[in-house]
Design a protein around this ligand. Structure first.
Ligand SMILES: [Zn+2]
Length: 295
């Protein structure tokens, strides 16, 4: 599942590959991909034709492309969504859902003319839709206004995050995954940040001091930034950049997906445990179970 670093890698590719270009036409080949656009795929295509993409923006796991009009195009990759910038003669992907063809008047420096944008989604949990744009391009569109800032945004309020987590009365990992507390963190980066902070995932939030949460936030930022530098984590091979390239951060994972392998800090074997219908990975020595866990 793409988390913040994977979505940021896609955003960087869209900024290079489609920003500044005018949409000539849009072809919707699967209605489920635009299910949040109530007027349907034909209307979705009509609304977009002729508009210019101004930039590529992100908050948490959501992307949006501000347009030269009242709306922004919002994209959520879901489980398996891919946004690919490809030459027009590339054979159509099996799971192609939406195709954007651009009217290329301008030759961009880094991008051969004529490349198109394709939304490919094997499991179709992702989707595209239009939403009224924010005041500035970097302000989230109306539909994303409820998403909390992510820890890499300048607008992120550390004190408000710490207060929200401490007031939550839950386990720390649940708080990190709550997109109304902090956005962009999913299972992989929560486990990695908690390992760095030496915290068990079920540690009750009200037992964490401000300094401990400040340190955890620092580890969250460290791991997200390192993952962006590596182009994200392609754990299940579904996530790729706009050029179809896999991320390399899976080589740097300390606990996620490393069940039975030794902890790089203490040598104990990493454990995998059920958590919210998924799994949590931890080192049993570095991240011991709290006496009164909150799951
Ligand atoms: Zn350890």
């Amino acid at each position: 599942v793409p988390e913040l670093p994977e979505v940021e890698t896609v955003r960087l590719g869209l900024a290079l590959g489609v920003a500044g270009r005018t949409i000539e036409r849009v072809e919707v080949s699967h209605p489920r991909a635009v299910r949040r656009h109530e007027a349907g795929g034909g209307d979705f295509a009509d609304q977009l034709a002729g508009h210019t993409v101004l930039s590529a923006q992100r908050r948490g796991k959501y992307l949006w492309l501000p347009l030269d009009g009242p709306d922004a195009l919002v994209a959520h990759l879901g489980m398996s969504g891919q946004l690919l910038v490809v030459p027009p003669d590339k054979p159509l992907e099996k799971h192609l859902r939406v195709r954007f063809v651009f009217a290329d008047g301008v030759q961009l420096a880094d991008e051969p003319a004529g490349r198109e944008l394709r939304f490919v989604d094997q499991r179709t949990f992702g989707g595209l839709f239009l939403s009224p744009a924010g005041l500035r391009q970097e302000d989230p569109p109306t539909a994303l206004a409820h998403i909390a800032p992510d820890p890499l945004e300048p607008a992120f309020d550390d004190a408000a995050f710490i207060a929200a987590v401490r007031g939550r009365r839950t386990g720390i990992k649940r708080a990190l995954l709550d997109q109304t507390v902090v956005s962009g963190i999913g299972n992989i980066y929560a486990d990695e940040a908690l390992w760095r902070a030496r915290l068990h995932y079920a540690r009750p939030t009200e037992t964490l001091t401000r300094p401990a949460l400040t340190a955890l936030l620092g580890y969250v930022r460290d791991v997200l930034s390192a993952a962006i530098t590596a182009g994200g984590t392609s754990f299940d091979a579904l996530y790729v950049s706009v050029n179809g390239v896999s991320g390399l951060f899976d080589r740097s994972l300390e606990v996620y997906g490393r069940e039975g392998e030794p902890c790089s800090r203490c040598g104990q074997l990493i454990r995998r445990e059920p958590f919210m219908n998924r799994s949590s990975f931890r080192c049993p020595r570095c991240q011991p179970q709290p006496r009164v866990p909150r799951w």
